[in-house]
Design a protein around this ligand. Structure first.
Ligand code: SAM
Length: 252
């Protein structure tokens, strides 16, 4: 395959941030790095401060009406988005990282992994002038019900979650099919050598070589775990799978 056609197939992820250097170790390691090397994704970091026009390189100002902290200003963000979006013909799915946003879930990550281009904006300080959200109409996305100092770590979480879902990003041996949340259930317990560790032994069935039994045991374990640990997910699973038997709690 020619290099330019591979490039067009790759998901393009633009990240607008005040701290691009924070991304280097994460995007340059492990699966995010390998996915880029395989041509599945390309990362483009833009420093929002490069779009400041005054001598102080200001990107924020005090909130109207008073209150603590600083608010990120409109012009720099609108200019940065316009410049970055013009770099590629593909329309970008705009995302602003925000604790007030839609919660990131595996289902949403799967939806985002099907996009051709994603543009994420990481906030800082007290957040954004509301007109940035009104004008750019991004999806506001939260990685959880807690407040980070900035959107960079959140953006990295989103990138990692999406990139590992791109076809070919994971090797066959560590595929995402059975993973936690893949079909609304948590993953089954895993074991590796040694068979005995002190008093703790690997469940007999996993050593049996009987693949049908192993698959059945794993599925039961997934249901048990989900019912015990995440009753919310378990109820949703039961609604989608009304025939799923209520698993009996088994000794492992
Ligand atoms: N004042 C804002 C509020 O109360 O909603 C919080 C601003 S927070 C200190 C600064 C930036 O960190 C946000 O603009 C956002 O980009 C990012 N951030 C913080 N928590 C986040 C979360 N849970 N998910 C995604 N981004 C988050």
């Amino acid at each position: 395959m020619r290099a330019d056609s591979r490039k067009n197939m790759a998901l393009r992820i633009d990240i607008l941030t005040l701290f691009p250097e924070m991304f280097t170790p994460v995007l340059g390691t492990s699966i995010p790095k390998r996915a880029a090397e395989k041509g599945l994704v390309s990362y483009h970091l833009t420093n929002i401060r490069d779009f400041a026009t005054d001598n102080h390189k200001s990107v924020d100002d005090k909130p109207f009406g008073g209150g603590p902290g600083m608010v990120m200003m409109c012009q720099v963000l609108f200019d940065a988005v316009a410049k970055v979006e013009a770099e590629d013909d593909r329309p970008a799915r705009r995302i602003i990282l925000s604790p007030q946003g839609k919660p990131l879930t595996q289902a949403l990550a799967q939806e985002l992994a099907a996009e051709k281009r994603i543009l994420m904006i990481a906030g800082h300080y007290e957040g954004f002038d509301e007109r940035i959200i009104d004008g750019l109409k991004p999806m506001e996305l939260s990685i959880g019900d807690y407040v980070l100092s900035g959107g960079e770590l959140a953006a990295m979480v989103v990138v990692d979650t999406i990139v590992r879902l791109l076809p070919g990003a994971l090797g066959a041996e560590d595929g995402a099919a059975d993973e936690t949340f893949a079909d609304g259930l948590l993953e089954y317990p895993q074991y590796t050598r040694p068979r005995e560790f002190g008093q703790m032994v690997v469940p007999e069935v996993l050593l049996s070589g009987d693949h049908r039994k192993i698959a059945q045991w794993r599925h039961e374990q997934r249901m048990l775990r989900t019912r015990e640990r995440r009753p919310d997910l378990w109820q949703e699973y039961l609604q989608r799978n009304p025939d799923a038997l209520e698993p009996k709690k088994k000794k492992r």
